[in-house]
Design a protein around this ligand. Structure first.
Ligand SMILES: Nc1nc2c(c(=O)[nH]1)N[C@H]1C(S)=C(S)[C@@H](COP(=O)(O)OP(=O)(O)OC[C@H]3O[C@@H](n4cnc5c(=O)[nH]c(N)nc54)[C@H](O)[C@@H]3O)O[C@H]1N2
Ligand SMILES: Nc1nc2c(c(=O)[nH]1)N[C@H]1C(S)=C(S)[C@@H](COP(=O)(O)OP(=O)(O)OC[C@H]3O[C@@H](n4cnc5c(=O)[nH]c(N)nc54)[C@H](O)[C@@H]3O)O[C@H]1N2
Ligand SMILES: [Mo]
Length: 704
């Protein structure tokens, strides 16, 4: 049996030079519009599309080197089958037919026992709506496999936002340029949201004040007028402290509070418990910093000027991440900052896109079966569980695509132990032999963004982008969709939706029974299309909550027995709570990687150097550590060795394990997730990567 390769006949690969419009696939708020120059069927350059406002013709360093990744000499170009022991990374090439036949036979055997023993594991290696959860979701729905709670990144903040504002929605990013105050809260914009930073610079030129709230003195914090280096996981306390000051100075938009919010008397009472002295103590900052931050925010109200908050996901990777997001999301309603299009806040715009997920994923294929849901954060524990009435069947097969869990999931000691199970059948759809692919029984070569169709919504702006393939698939690579189509055929799935080609899937993403919400022909012509909608989404209230108001108090949370108001929820592993592990560790992403993607692109890895732990001079001196020392970073979950960098980017008591390196590039074949825990956040069942206590010891002095 052979499978047609899913490249639309409408794309012609000419012999001259062409520029093909596309979209950056990466998990980044910027979702840039790309222009790929193709010469004789070979992509020679990837640039930002100058016609797309948010992209402005500029790309980050990593994506401007996209061709290095697509034509990388280590790219997997044919299906591979394991020949050595699990995890040894030894494979031999097999044909597509043999690979798919054998995989389907294994899945069929498991399905006969219980299809829920099969689990998908996927995230945002590509954010494309088609190459992520369209054909793959149809396949798993029809199979009756376990469902996956895709929580590894944004679940706590997403839930916090949804409870407060109604959905993931907020300011339109371009209007940050008009703000008079911008608070960058839990985000290293220059590293992870570069195109937003351009609007910050524009605002700065117009006299705006820029404040950064981040435990780490990042490259972004350095370029702001002020930097508030709070303890990790104390953001809700700081937000409540701002509210306290807004209340006592009466910097409040009473009309807005009256008309467009719910629960103000209760929130007011809660916030009055948080005077600047208490806040300063909890956050580990000065009382004057708290007062001055609140004054800046309040002054915008007094002057009738827009104040904007760019929240990002850094602040929600702790136990109280959902509450922290809720607390910050309340602020613009206190001062009526939403009245201005340059005011309010933005965490994520993803909920503003009218994506028809049901058309893409076809949940009706589950045929009414109640399927269990696995949480991707706890894959380490779950892979080690036996069958039980509470858990359901033991996981017998994992199909991994668009993700590298062995590197990115918390508590990797357990994740590795799970993936190493000889009785686990693992299929990995990948571009490269990642840490996860090392443990596969089959590696199936997937196409990169230059080689397939897709359509993209965004989470940092409000445009839809189309990605056309610029080149034919490299080697024998196939789009994820084609791979799942091939598997579906072998499993005997005959529903017509398994025959949809990728262009049809692209079209389905924004079409609804009452018509297209995005004009697909415009997308085909221009490569992008802007969502309709008001410039200031909540100027007149009209929140997307059940009450239509900004919900300071959430009846829905209260009904679940949770606190209906936002509060400070201390970390599981709060600073000072353990004598054995006195240092708080955060592990933010690296500028030249995208999570664990690009770690194997040498030119980018050379910029990042090597896995590093940043540590303050005081904490380093107390341990005899200097820059270049090899250190042992450890806690009750594991040990990780890397080099230290003594740096004023680290505040006393906090260390930074930078970037999600592939384990195989680490000194002992491990990375920072050896130390992180599988605890879940207060809301959204998300991960707590930045809620992690460790101790650091000198292991070896720097080589001379
Ligand atoms: N270059 C690059 N860009 C990326 C990524 C990447 O890996 N590399 N990853 C992408 C992904 S998946 C995501 S989700 C987004 C993430 O986007 P952001 O959430 O903006 O991620 P970061 O830029 O790391 O910003 C997180 C910041 O939060 C800080 N932080 C840690 N703990 C706390 C805390 O408790 N409170 C506060 N206030 N700050 C804290 C960290 O020091 C870090 O500087 O970025 C995306 N963009
Ligand atoms: N310690 C620590 N851990 C973290 C974080 C942190 O800040 N600190 N951040 C967390 C966050 S925010 C996130 S989002 C997760 C990210 O976790 P993941 O979503 O797993 O992201 P990546 O590590 O980039 O791995 C994506 C993989 O998908 C592959 N891929 C890309 N496109 C395609 C495609 O079209 N088809 C197929 N089959 N494969 C493709 C890439 O080659 C890459 O190996 O990590 C989390 N882990
Ligand atoms: Mo993420």
């Amino acid at each position: 049996m052979t499978d047609p390769i899913s490249i639309s006949p409408s794309v012609s690969f000419t012999n001259g030079t062409t520029k093909v419009r596309g979209a950056c696939p990466h998990d980044c708020p910027d979702t840039c519009a790309l222009l790929t120059t193709v010469e004789n069927g070979v992509a020679i350059k990837v640039q930002g599309n100058p016609d797309h406002h948010q992209t402005g013709g500029v790309l980050c360093t990593k994506v401007s080197r996209y061709t290095e990744r697509s034509y990388h000499p280590e790219r997997i170009l044919q299906p591979l089958k394991r020949v050595g022991p699990k995890g040894s990374g030894q494979f031999e090439p097999v044909s597509w037919d043999n690979a798919l036949d054998e995989i389907a036979a294994r899945l069929q055997a498991i399905t006969q026992r219980d299809p829920q023993a099969i689990a998908p594991y996927s995230y945002a290696g590509t954010m494309g709506l088609v190459q992520s959860e369209s054909m793959a979701a149809r396949f798993f729905n029809k199979l009756g496999a376990s469902l996956l709670d895709r929580t590894i990144c944004s679940a706590a903040g997403g839930e916090g936002l949804t409870q407060t504002l109604g959905r993931k929605a907020g300011m339109k990013v371009q209007f940050f340029a008009e703000a008079k105050l911008i608070i960058i809260w839990g985000s290293n914009s220059i590293a992870s949201n570069l195109h937003f930073w351009r609007y910050v610079q524009e605002a700065k030129r117009q006299g705006a004040k820029i404040i950064c709230i981040d435990p780490r003195k990042t490259e972004t914090a350095e370029k702001c007028h002020e930097h508030i280096a709070l303890q990790p996981g104390t953001d809700a306390a700081l937000a409540l402290g701002i509210m306290h000051e807004l209340i006592v100075h009466d910097w409040l938009d009473h009309a807005y509070l009256e008309s467009h919010t719910i629960g103000w008397p209760l929130l007011r009472e809660r916030a009055l418990l948080w005077n600047p002295e208490r806040v300063a103590q909890v956050c580990g900052v000065s009382v004057e910093q708290v007062r001055s931050l609140a004054r800046d925010y309040g002054q915008c109200f007094v002057d009738g000027q827009p104040a904007a908050i760019r929240l990002n996901y850094g602040m929600q990777r702790v136990r109280g991440g959902g509450n922290a997001t809720r607390a910050v999301a309340c602020l613009p309603a206190l001062t009526g900052a939403w009245r201005h299009r340059g005011g309010g806040m933005l965490l994520s715009s993803s909920g503003m896109f009218p994506v028809n997920q049901a058309a893409l994923q076809r949940p009706e294929l589950r045929a009414g079966r109640q399927l269990r849901t696995l949480n991707m954060v706890t894959i380490g524990d779950d892979l080690l569980k036996s069958s039980s009435t509470t858990f359901g069947p033991k996981i017998e097969a994992l199909i991994v695509y668009n993700s590298n869990p062995v590197a990115v999931a918390p508590e990797s000691g357990k994740v590795v132990q799970g993936f190493a199970r000889e009785d686990l059948f693992t299929v990995v759809l990948e571009h490269f032999q990642t840490d996860t692919a090392d443990y596969a029984d089959f590696i199936l070569p997937a196409t990169t963004q230059l080689e397939h169709w897709d359509v993209h919504s965004a989470y940092g702006h409000t445009d839809v982008l189309l990605n056309r393939p610029a080149i034919a698939p490299v080697g024998q690579a196939r789009p994820n969709t084609a791979i799942f189509r091939g598997l579906a055929a072998r499993m005997g799935f005959t529903e017509p939706c398994f025959a949809d080609d990728d262009e049809t899937l692209c079209r389905a993403a924004f079409s609804h029974p009452d018509g297209e919400r995005i004009n697909f022909n415009e997308l085909l012509d221009k490569g992008f299309a802007t969502l309709p909608g008001p410039d200031a989404p909540f100027a007149e209230g009209r929140f997307l909550t059940p009450s239509g108001k900004c919900e300071f108090f959430s009846e829905r949370l209260a009904a679940q027995g949770l606190d209906g108001l936002p509060d400070h929820v201390p970390n599981y592993e709060a600073a000072g709570s353990s004598a054995s592990y006195p240092l708080a560790m955060i592990s933010p992403p690296a500028r030249n990687f995208l999570n664990s993607t690009f770690v194997n692109v040498k030119s980018l890895r050379d910029i990042e150097g090597e896995p590093l732990l940043e540590i303050s001079a005081q904490d380093a001196a107390a341990r005899g550590i200097v820059t270049g020392s090899v250190v042992k970073v450890f806690n009750q979950r594991g040990t990780y060795r890397c080099k230290a960098r003594v740096s004023d980017r680290a505040r006393v008591g906090v260390v930074h394990g930078l970037g999600i390196w592939w384990r195989k590039f680490g000194l002992d074949g491990t990375n920072v997730n050896e130390l992180t825990s599988q605890h879940l956040t207060d809301l959204g069942r998300g991960p707590v990567f930045y809620d992690c206590l460790v101790e650091v010891q000198l292991d070896a002095a720097p080589a001379l």
